[in-house]
Every structure is written in C-alpha cells, then in structure tokens.
Design a binder for this molecule. Structure first.
Ligand code: GDP
Ligand code: MG
Length: 244
C-alpha cells in the first residue's frame, strides 16, 4: 500500500485552495480522539448511539501503537496500561468538542501467557459479550502480527463475530509490523488474511515505515460517516439527463 496524497514536486500553487483531501479529513478527525471512559464489563459502558469501532487483538500485536499513530497522540492508548485498567474496555470519542460522531473502543489484548487462567476466562467472556451485544458496534479492527498469523484466540474471536459480520458489521484485519516482512512476504500475508477476513478486508500497517495509515484512517472515517460517503458516491437526485 502506498502513501497517498503526495504533492507533485514543483507544481504551481493554485489560486483557490482545493477542498481538503479525504486523507486530510480522516486524519484531522482521528486527531480529535479523547479518552471518554474505562469499564471492566459491558454493563458499565455508557449506552451510545454513535458508531463504535472496536480494536482487538493479541497482546503485543501492536494495537496501542496503531491507535496512537492513527490518532497522532503518543499516549492515548497507553491509558490501558495503567494498573487496574489493564483488563478494561477503554472508549475514546471522536469528533469536534460537543459533536461526538463516533467512538473508538480499545479492548485489552488477549493471549498473554502470564495472565492467570481465571482472568483469561473472565476476560474472554467480557469480550465475547461486548462483541455480540454492544448495540452501536459498527466495525471491528483485528490487529495481527503477520509473522504469527491468526492464532487460535483470533479464530475464536472471528467465530464470535461472524454472525454479526453476516448482518453487516464491518471487519478489517490489520497486519501490523509490515516493516518486518519483505515485499513478497507482505503480499503473501495480505492475500491469506484477505481470505480469512471472510466478508471483511485486510491491510498492511507499519508504524516506523508509516505504511497503511491513510488507508486505515479513511476506512474508519467512512465507516463512521456512511451517509456522507454514499452521497459523494451516488450521482444524486441531480439533473435529469436531458437538462444538462
Ligand atoms: N517493527 C515494528 N514494531 C512495532 C510496530 N507496531 C508496534 N511495534 C512494537 O511491538 C510491541 C508491542 O506493541 P504495542 O503497541 O504495545 O502492542 P499491544 O500489546 O497490541 O498494544 C512494541 O515493542 C512496539 O514498539 C510496527 O509497526 N513495526
Ligand atoms: Mg496495548
């Protein structure tokens, strides 16, 4: 995936500023992310009506790094590392102040070996409950280190959300740490993940090489603003053919 929106070198400055590119709109919107709340279980979360996009994945997959890069905030997702918050669902609002139009949900990483078994089981139940019943959940982003591929716990998660994906829940697999792969390894991992994503999609991401940031940002923005996207895609009720 290439970085979009690169300026052509030496191009003359237009007299009228062009409208902001889709990538600029998406990254500006993500930059508004603010911590809203942290909850140990689903029923402690506020009931919301705005679209909610959940980030899930194994511990160490690169979830915090990805959220921080997308929101251009170095510490945002590290709130979940504070003692007592490690097994919490953290919500972040998006949108200008007083005009929240979406929420990001950061779910704790799973599969960390040092966690006691009872805690693992409890957490799997909290997560499954969240993924199955959270009403405003619009999309799930599953982060995965492509050197490990999807693990058993990722597969369980996919099984849990499959019925909702069939009913329209959006789903994206983000293959993190793409800088650790050669170009051909990256392409191979992407085609496997695209198949595994079922009705969803897959994309490569790298924090140090800044791969995939625009594509993921724009995807999140579109999920949260489907009406705007539909309006810009559709020819609209515009003018009948004969009146041009
Ligand atoms: N090379 C590389 N390392 C990464 C990337 N993203 C995260 N990491 C590293 O992977 C480790 C786990 O990242 P973190 O974001 O804390 O993962 P989390 O447990 O899923 O939140 C850290 O050492 C990060 O620096 C990436 O795109 N490339
Ligand atoms: Mg983390």
């Amino acid at each position: 995936m290439t970085i979009q929106n690169q300026r052509a070198g030496g191009a003359a400055k237009p007299a009228v500023a062009p409208p902001p590119a889709a990538s600029t709109i998406a990254s500006g919107w993500l930059h508004t992310a603010k911590f809203l709340t942290s909850a140990p279980e689903l029923h402690f979360l506020p009931a919301l009506t705005v679209p909610e996009i959940a980030f899930v994945g194994r511990s160490n997959a690169g979830k915090s790094t990805c959220i921080n890069i997308l929101t251009q905030q170095k510490q945002l997702a590290f709130a979940s590392r504070k003692p007592g918050r490690t097994q919490h669902i953290n919500l972040f609002t998006l949108g200008k102040q007083g005009a929240t139009d979406a929420v990001l949900a950061d779910l704790p990483g799973y599969g960390y070996a040092a966690v006691p078994k009872q805690d693992k089981i409890r957490w799997q139940q909290v997560m499954a409950n969240y993924l199955v019943t959270r009403e405003n959940l619009t999309a799930v982003v599953l982060l995965c280190d492509p050197r490990l591929g999807l693990t058993e716990l990722d597969d369980i998660l996919l099984d849990v959300i499959r019925p909702r994906v069939e009913q329209g829940l959006k789903f994206l697999i983000v293959l993190t740490k793409a800088d650790k792969l050669t170009r051909s390894e990256g392409a191979a991992a992407l085609s496997v993940a695209t198949l595994q994503a079922g009705g969803g999609d897959a994309t490569l991401f790298s924090a140090p090489k800044r791969i995939g940031i625009d594509a993921i940002s724009q995807q999140l923005w579109q999920w949260a603003h489907p009406a705007v996207q539909a309006a810009s895609e559709s020819p609209g009720p515009a003018v009948p053919d004969q009146v041009q």
